[in-house]
Design a protein around this ligand. Structure first.
Ligand SMILES: Nc1ncnc2c1ncn2[C@@H]1O[C@H](COP(=O)(O)OP(=O)(O)OP(=O)(O)O)[C@@H](O)[C@H]1O
Ligand SMILES: [Mg+2]
Length: 319
């Protein structure tokens, strides 16, 4: 199955300040606020939802394509994705721009001052599903520039490319009508519990109406697991207990990657969900959305400590 992931591609620059921001903010001088924090730690991480999902798929032996815009600072990230087995032919470099960058400074109380510069991501609207050399069997329409998300939905519908709609963080930036159109033409909707309520609120659709629009609906519920709704069935997917909880960034994306790997092999709904749950747990156990690693053998044997696959996961070895 040819999978394309259309969504943000970004770098995260994460800094730590060994004090408290509040000690340096002078309420009577707010008009002339000017602060510089000497930080004692900084990491630069590969992120963005499309490569995050692709990374899990690649770990599981798939060769997914990422579609998105990046800046001139992308070459090391590109090389790394290629090494993991990701198809980068849908990634376009915008001359003179930076890759979308998230700069966050966190103090000792976990207070955060952050900025997000979209940079090249603002050019995603110029990309088109119609320009892909190979028509994908499934596209994930994940958060990126909201105008681009709207046009990907229109294109997928016009070209009759099945899509999994994953508006998550951008729900708040899309109109109810746009979200409704996204849901109505989708093969599937995948959101967390909170986002599912937001979708209902902004579209005015009931949970049942949403379920009837799509072939399947996935609602993730953090440490409570996930539910997959298909026809009149509901599959509850429990979590895989983490050995340690380090950083939740990217768990939702890892879940999607694991689920889609199972889906692309035609495995049953429950098995696909369980694959997502284990992929998410691996992500939770390391710092950052693409820092975890496992071989297919390690993944299969850990899977079998928790779930019964009846030998079906052996199919991963053929990739
Ligand atoms: N504490 C946890 N322990 C084990 N598994 C977890 C935990 N939190 C999340 N997961 C797994 O990850 C899946 C997705 O989590 P969640 O619903 O929090 O996604 P999310 O809110 O979209 O996350 P994010 O957007 O921050 O990546 C869950 O369905 C579950 O399988
Ligand atoms: Mg999420």
């Amino acid at each position: 199955m040819k999978l394309t992931l259309a969504g943000s591609i970004a770098y995260d620059y994460l800094m730590t300040f060994p004090g408290y921001f509040k000690d340096h903010i002078l309420p009577d001088k707010l008009e002339s606020i000017s602060l510089s924090f000497l930080v004692d730690g900084m990491v630069k991480r590969r992120g963005g939802v499309a490569p995050n999902i692709a990374y899990t798929l690649a770990l599981l032996g798939e060769h997914p394509m990422v579609m998105g815009s990046v800046g001139e600072d992308f070459s090391d990230y590109r090389a790394w994705l290629v090494e993991q087995g990701v198809d980068v032919s849908g990634i376009r470099v915008i001359p003179g721009e930076f890759t979308a960058s998230f700069f966050a400074n966190t103090d000792r109380s976990n207070a955060q001052i952050a900025s997000f510069y979209p940079g090249a991501m603002s050019f995603d609207v110029q990309l088109s599903l119609a320009d892909l050399t190979d028509t994908p069997d499934l596209v994930v329409i994940a958060p990126t520039d909201p105008t681009a998300m709207i046009s990907y939905v229109e294109e997928a519908q016009a070209l009759e490319i099945p899509y999994l709609y994953d508006p998550s963080q951008q729900i708040v930036r899309l109109d109810g009508e746009d979200i409704r159109r996204g849901v109505e033409g989708a093969l599937a909707l995948c959101v967390n519990d909170y986002e599912f309520s937001l979708v209902q609120k902004s579209t005015g659709m009931s949970p049942l109406e949403i379920r009837r629009c799509v072939r399947f609906l996935i609602v993730t519920r953090g440490e409570e697991g996930a539910t997959i709704y298909v026809d009149d069935e509901e599959y509850h997917i429990p979590v895989v207990p983490p050995r340690k909880v380090v950083d939740p960034t990217g768990v939702g994306d890892a879940f999607r990657g694991g689920f889609l790997s199972g889906y692309s092999h035609g495995l049953g709904w429950e098995l696909c969900g369980q694959m997502g749950a284990l992929a998410a747990t691996y992500c939770l156990e390391t710092d950052g959305p693409q820092s975890h690693h496992y071989t297919k053998e390690e993944y299969i044997s850990r899977f079998r400590e928790h779930f019964d696959d009846d030998g079906r996961l052996g199919i991963l070895r053929n990739r």
